[in-house]
Design a binder for this molecule. Structure first.
Ligand SMILES: Nc1ncnc2c1ncn2[C@@H]1O[C@H](COP(=O)(O)OP(=O)(O)OP(=O)(O)O)[C@@H](O)[C@H]1O
Ligand SMILES: [Mg+2]
Length: 515
C-alpha cells in the first residue's frame, strides 16, 4: 500500500460497510479462482466510496492493488497516459519511479512505445490512451492485480476529443483480461449507472453494481461515538439532521468536539445543533464547502443553469411538486420543465418519487435555504447563531414533530375505533414508537408518517430495525405502518416480505401495485 494512501486519522473512524467489504471480498475470491467479474461502486458525493476502497486495500495485502484517481490524473491525453502509467508503476513496484526507469522493468516495451509516440510531432490520442491500458495488461501478465479507478466518470471528459468519442469502447477492449479485476467507482450514481446498465453503452453488463447508501441508525451512532462521547439524545439528533450521511456525521461530531473544547459548551443536543449550524453556514465549515462544491459542480455540468436555480428555489418553498406544478411556478412550458427536472434528477439533486420531485439531500436543502438569510462565523456564541437555532428548530425539527404528534394521537384514536386496540405512544431509553397496544394475542406496534412524501424503503427498514432492537423483538407481533402520502414500491415490497401491514391516510390497506 502506498504511503499516505490511508491516513491513520481516517482509518480509526472507519465504520460499518461490512456487507460491501464482504461483497468485494467475494469478487476477489472468485477472481483468484479464475471467475472474474468487474465491479462498479457508486454512491452520492462523500458517501464513503474512497474510504471503502482504502479499507479494502488495507485488508487485502495478499493481492497486488493499483489505485488510480481519475480526478487528479486528468489532463490532456498525452499527460494522462503518462501519469496513468507512472501511478500504476508506483503501486505495482511499490516505489517512486521516473518514466525512464520503467523501460527496463516489466511493461517496458509499452513504455518505449509511448516514448516513441511522444516524440512524434503530433501523436495519436487513441494510441497513447490505448498504451496506458496496454501497460496494465503487461503488468497483469506478471501477477494478478486489482485495479481501482476512482472518480471514473471523469473519463468521459475525453469524449471532447473527436478521436476519443468512443473512449468507453476503447476501455471495453481491455476489461476482460483474466488477470486484472477492475473496480471502478464514481460519484454521480445516475451517470455511473447509465454507463454500465444502459444497453447502448459499451460497458453494458460488464460490471457488478455495488451501491453505497446512507448509514442506518446503529452505524450512525457508532460513528458519532468514535469522535465524541455523548448521550443518546445527541446521537439521535445527529442522525436526524444528517439522514445518516457519514460525511455529515463526522463533520458535525468534529465541530461539536471543537466548540466543546474551545467554548466550554457541554455536549448536548443544543451544542450539536450549534455545531451543525456552524458547519453548514460558516463558509469555512466542511458542510458549507461541500454544499457549495456540489452546487458549483451541478451548475457547471448543467446545460440550463438559471431555470435549475429557479426550480430549486421553488422546491425550497414547497417540496414535492409535480412537473406541471413546477412548470406553472417557474412559468415555463411542460416540455421545458421536463427537460430541467430530468437534468436535475440525472445529476442526483432531485429525487423523484412517483411523479413528485424532492430535493434529495436534506442537508443540502437546509444549506440552500438558510444561506439565503446570511452566513455565520465560527463562534457558537455569536448572536446570529441563536437566530438560526430558532429557525432550525421551528422549521426543520420542531414544527414537524408537533404537527406529527397531533396527527399521531388522532391516528391512534381512529385505530382504536377500527381495531379495538388501545395504542399508547412509547418511549424507552432510545427507542420510540408512535403507538404500542398490547392485546391478548399480540404486541401491536404502530408507525405513522404524516408527510407529503411517500414513505420509502429507508423508513420501512428503520421501523423494522427499531423493533429488532426493542424489548418486543421476540414477542408475537402485529406491525402497522400508516403513511399519509402512500409508499414507494420498494417500501411496499420490503413491508410485504417483513410482515408489515401498510395503511393509507384512511386507514385502508394498501396493496403492492402490479408492475
Ligand atoms: N464508512 C465510513 N466510516 C467512517 N467515516 C466515513 C465512512 N464513509 C465516509 N466517511 C466520512 O466521509 C468522508 C468522505 O468519504 P469518502 O471520501 O470516502 O467519500 P467519497 O464517496 O469517495 O466522496 P467523493 O464523492 O467526494 O469522492 C470521509 O473522509 C469520512 O470522514
Ligand atoms: Mg472519493
Amino acid at each position: 500500500m502506498k504511503e499516505n494512501f490511508y491516513p491513520e486519522s481516517e482509518e480509526i473512524l472507519f465504520t460499518n460497510r461490512e456487507t460491501e467489504l464482504e461483497t468485494l471480498e467475494f469478487y476477489l475470491e472468485e477472481f483468484l479462482n479464475g471467475i472474474k467479474e468487474n465491479v462498479c461502486i457508486f454512491g452520492l458525493r462523500r458517501i464513503g466510496k474512497t474510504i471503502l476502497i482504502r479499507e479494502f486495500v488495507k485488508r487485502h495485502k495478499e493481492i497486488k492493488s493499483i489505485y488510480l484517481n481519475f480526478e487528479f490524473l486528468f489532463s490532456v491525453p498525452i499527460e494522462l497516459s503518462q501519469s496513468f502509467i507512472l501511478e500504476s508503476a508506483k503501486w505495482f513496484f511499490d516505489k517512486e519511479l521516473e518514466i525512464y526507469d520503467l523501460v527496463a522493468l516489466p511493461g517496458g516495451e509499452v513504455v518505449k512505445k509511448l516514448l516513441r509516440e511522444l516524440e512524434k510531432g503530433e501523436s495519436s490520442k487513441t494510441a497513447v490512451i490505448k498504451l496506458a491500458f496496454e501497460y496494465l495488461r503487461e503488468l497483469g501478465k506478471e501477477e494478478k492485480i486489482v485495479v481501482f479507478m476512482d472518480e471514473f466518470q471523469e473519463i468521459l471528459k475525453l469524449k471532447n476529443y473527436r478521436e476519443l468519442r468512443n473512449i468507453l469502447g476503447i476501455f471495453r477492449e481491455y476489461i476482460n483480461d483474466e488477470n486484472i479485476l477492475f473496480v471502478i467507482s464514481g460519484s454521480f450514481p445516475h451517470m455511473m449507472r447509465d454507463m454500465i446498465a444502459n444497453g447502448e453503452s459499451p460497458l453494458y453488463n460488464q460490471f457488478k453494481e455495488l451501491k453505497l447508501d446512507y448509514f442506518e441508525r446503529e452505524s450512525a451512532y457508532e460513528l458519532i461515538s468514535k469522535v465524541i462521547e455523548c448521550g443518546e439524545e445527541s446521537k439521535r439528533l445527529t442522525h436526524q439532521l444528517t439522514g445518516g450521511h457519514p460525511f455529515y456525521i463526522v463533520s458535525i461530531a468534529k465541530r461539536t468536539k471543537l466548540i466543546h473544547r474551545i467554548y466550554e459548551l457541554s455536549i448536548n443536543p443544543t451544542t450539536i445543533k450549534r455545531a451543525f449550524l456552524i458547519e453548514t453556514l460558516y463558509p469555512e465549515g466542511g458542510i458549507y464547502k461541500h454544499c457549495s462544491y456540489l452546487l458549483n459542480t451541478v451548475l457547471s455540468l448543467a446545460k440550463y443553469k438559471a431555470p435549475l436555480i429557479g426550480i430549486l428555489n421553488t422546491l425550497l418553498r414547497e417540496d414535492g411538486l409535480t412537473q406541471s406544478e413546477i412548470a406553472k411556478r417557474i412559468k415555463v412550458s411542460q416540455g421545458e420543465a421536463r427537460l430541467y427536472t430530468s437534468e436535475l434528477e440525472r445529476l442526483d439533486i432531485l429525487q423523484r418519487i412517483e411523479d413528485r420531485y424532492y430535493i434529495g439531500d436534506k442537508v443540502f436543502k437546509m444549506w440552500l435555504d438558510l444561506r439565503k438569510t446570511g452566513e455565520l462565523g465560527e463562534s457558537p456564541r455569536d448572536t446570529p447563531v441563536e437566530i438560526y437555532l430558532k429557525i432550525l428548530e421551528r422549521k426543520y425539527l420542531k414544527a414537524k414533530t408537533e404537527l406529527g404528534k397531533a396527527k399521531e394521537s388522532e391516528v391512534r384514536e381512529r385505530l382504536r375505533e377500527k381495531l379495538g386496540i388501545e395504542f399508547k405512544s412509547y418511549l424507552d431509553k432510545d427507542i420510540e414508537f408512535d403507538g404500542v397496544g398490547i392485546d391478548d394475542n399480540y404486541v401491536n406496534i404502530l408507525e405513522v408518517k404524516w408527510k407529503n412524501k411517500p414513505a420509502d424503503l429507508r423508513a420501512m427498514k428503520n421501523f423494522i430495525e427499531k423493533i429488532e432492537q426493542s424489548e418486543f423483538s421476540t414477542e408475537k407481533k402485529r406491525l402497522l405502518f400508516i403513511s399519509k402520502s402512500g409508499f414507494t414500491p420498494a417500501a411496499l415490497k420490503f413491508a410485504k416480505s417483513n410482515g408489515v401491514e401498510v395503511l393509507d391516510n384512511n386507514l385502508e390497506g394498501v396493496r403492492e401495485e402490479r408492475v
